[in-house]
Structure formats: structure tokens, C-alpha cells
Design a protein around this ligand. Sequence first.
Ligand SMILES: *[C@@H]1O[C@H](CO)[C@@H](O)[C@H](O)[C@H]1NC(C)=O
Ligand SMILES: *[C@@H]1O[C@H](CO)[C@@H](O)[C@H](O)[C@H]1NC(C)=O
Ligand SMILES: *[C@@H]1O[C@H](CO)[C@@H](O)[C@H](O)[C@H]1NC(C)=O
Ligand SMILES: *[C@@H]1O[C@H](CO)[C@@H](O)[C@H](O)[C@H]1NC(C)=O
Ligand SMILES: *[C@@H]1O[C@H](CO)[C@@H](O)[C@H](O)[C@H]1NC(C)=O
Length: 344
Amino acid sequence: MTRLLLGVTLERICKAVLLLCLLHFVIIMILYFDVYAQHLDFFSRFNARNTSRVHPFSNSSRPNSTAPSYGPAGAEPPSPSAKPNTNRSVTEKPLQPCQEMPSGLVGRLLIEFSSPMSMERVQRENPDVSLGGKYTPPDCLPRQKVAYGIYIINQYGEDTFNRAKLLNVGFLEALKDDEEYDCFIFSDVDLIPMDDRNLYRCYEQPRHFAVGMDKFGFRLPYAGYFGGVSGLSKSQFLKINGFPNEYWGWGGEDDDIFNRISLNGMKVSRPDIRIGRYRMIKHERDKHNEPNPQRFTKIQNTKMTMKRDGISSLQYRLVEVSRQPMYTNITVEIGRPPPRLARG
Ligand SMILES: *[C@@H]1O[C@H](CO)[C@@H](O)[C@H](O)[C@H]1NC(C)=O
Ligand SMILES: *[C@@H]1O[C@H](CO)[C@@H](O)[C@H](O)[C@H]1NC(C)=O
Ligand SMILES: *[C@@H]1O[C@H](CO)[C@@H](O)[C@H](O)[C@H]1NC(C)=O
Ligand SMILES: *[C@@H]1O[C@H](CO)[C@@H](O)[C@H](O)[C@H]1NC(C)=O
Ligand SMILES: *[C@@H]1O[C@H](CO)[C@@H](O)[C@H](O)[C@H]1NC(C)=O
């Protein structure tokens, strides 16, 4: 009798365990699909958007929507979502201000790097972008006084890489082009946004756009992370004296920028984690960009260094400005680390 009872109990336990396993499996599958949703075009259907979902790089029909009404200045990769209308009737009426949220956004974008892409194709699919990578919405007045341009800042020579200093150069060089620029989006060249609702414009507070990168499992790696893609208005940028010029090699400069923001009484704003998603173009660590061994001590001293080291102390030599159809390529010589810092 007890044996029988024992058997029944065992059976129940087994069933319970099996159920748990099944539940676990289902949850794992849901998480998996969420991560790869853009491949399956699965979750984006729940975005409640009426526009047809289109591969950003495909040439099938797209909703006849407007391009984003806010555009960036500064180093920004060509946004695949910024495809404007093909044939827009030119209105004689005075232009209306652009919508707060551009119509025709598609939400999550399919970003994969297996299909070949050429500059000619990007150009063909973005006919309203003019020489140097400039763009202005043809049918409305941008709300912010944001001019639009894409600048690639290229470090001349073979010395140690210095990301933050190049970003400072981008700020000044863009302003030389058009002193009315008042919003700057700073982007690593290897990051591709995966959602066009992550609007590249400036906000009340300095913005961190790259909240979830594929390499970090689409999560913020730590609360004070400010790397990848960020955006500051001209006044926010000047308030923190721009970015540091003295971080040579990989790492630390983004934490220094975060410190500058906090120390100046501002707070980083971010998009929703489901929208601020990025895919990174896989590549080996570049030569001349070894981790900077000084970075941990340097970020302790931002408070002391930020007043003297920044956009106010920036020095560089312009080597070449080359206007390409989709971007402006600016090559600059920015020097090398002081001898004692050379090579960690
Ligand atoms: C979707 O389209 C229908 C009709 O075309 C409209 O009534 C509805 O408001 C739209 N929904 C959204 C979320 O735009
Ligand atoms: C895309 O465009 C190319 C030529 O530009 C054309 O040959 C091809 O059929 C198009 N594909 C689709 C899906 O429209
Ligand atoms: C798309 O274009 C058609 C015809 O040009 C127009 O009637 C329609 O309102 C447009 N839709 C949107 C969302 O702009
Ligand atoms: C395209 O634009 C041109 C000139 O703006 C106009 O003459 C033509 O009718 C337009 N075509 C369509 C299909 O709207
Ligand atoms: C930018 O210009 C430099 C110098 O001419 C060149 O080496 C580099 O390949 C260019 N980069 C791009 C993306 O055009």
C-alpha cells in the first residue's frame, strides 16, 4: 500500500518536473525570439504600426512617409531609415513645422551584414542626400535648429587612436561648415541602429542612444555607460568643455564624458531599451587601439582635468577635407600620447 502511494507520489513529482522543464523551454524560446525578432519579423508586428515593414536596404516599396524630421550633425553613420520620398510635389504654401514624431517610422529594422552593400546602392536609395552627406527635410521645417550632415573623422598616421579627441574635432569641423548646427550626434563607425524610433536629435539632457548593443546581449553593460552613440546639443557640449583629449588607446573616455555630464549637474537620458538597439559590425580590434592602461586612474580625476582639457584646449592639424556623395571625410593629425604614456 505504502509502496503504491510512493509510486503515485513519484509519478506526480516527475510530472511536475516535466512541466517545469517545459515552462523553462517556452521562456527560453520567447527570449530567443525577442533577441532575434528582427530576423523573423515577428515581434515588430506588435508595434501596432500600420506601415508596411520593409528591409531598410531593400528596394521594395516603402511607405510614402517623411524622413525623420530631426537630423543629426556630427559623426553619424548613414541611417538606413532616413530614406526620403522619391517624388514630392513642391508646395508653394509656407512649410509647416515637422511633426514631433515623424510619420512613417517602421520600428524595428532588419539589420544583417550578409547581403552585399555598396556605396552606390546607398546613394541610389537616398536620392535626397546631397554632396557631403547633407540632408534637410523638403516638406517641413525642422523644429530644432538642427542642420543635417554626416562627417567621418579620420585619424591621420599610425599613432595611437584617440576617439574622444576625434569627436571634438568633428564638433569644430562641422561648425566650420555651418555655424547654425546646434545638435551633435557622435557615433562609432561600427554601430548600426536597429530601430528608427530611436530619433537622432537632441534632448533636454545629454542623450545616450546605444543602450542595447548586440555584443552586450542588448543590455546596458553598466549604469554609467555612455559609449557607442551619444548626442549633445551645442550648449550641453560647451557646458562640459567638450570631450577629453588625453585618452589615448581604447577605453575610459566615455566614462570621463559621463563624469563631465554629472559633475555639471546634468543627467544622461536614454531611449527605451527595446528601441535603443544596435548591431555592431564585427571586426578585429584595430591596430593602435590597445586598451589604455591609464584609463582607471584618469577617470578618477575628471573633476580636476575637465576645465583645462577639452574643446577649449583642442589642437590638431587639418590634413584633408573630402566631400563624398554620402558623407564628408575629414582627415586630421591629432598628435600622439606624451612619451611616458606611449604604449602600455
Ligand atoms: C491603422 O490604420 C487604420 C486605418 O487605416 C487607422 O484607423 C488606425 O488608427 C491606424 N493605427 C495606427 C496605430 O496608426
Ligand atoms: C531592386 O532593384 C534592382 C535594380 O535596382 C532590381 O533589379 C531588383 O529587381 C529590385 N528588387 C526588388 C525586390 O524590387
Ligand atoms: C501616400 O501617398 C498617397 C498618394 O500620393 C496619399 O494619398 C497618402 O495619403 C500618402 N500616405 C501617407 C501616409 O503619407
Ligand atoms: C514628380 O514630380 C514632378 C515635378 O515635381 C511632377 O511633374 C510629376 O508629375 C511628379 N510625378 C508623380 C508621379 O507625382
Ligand atoms: C578618408 O580619407 C582618407 C585620406 O584620404 C582615406 O585614407 C580614407 O580611406 C577615407 N575614408 C573614407 C571612409 O572615405
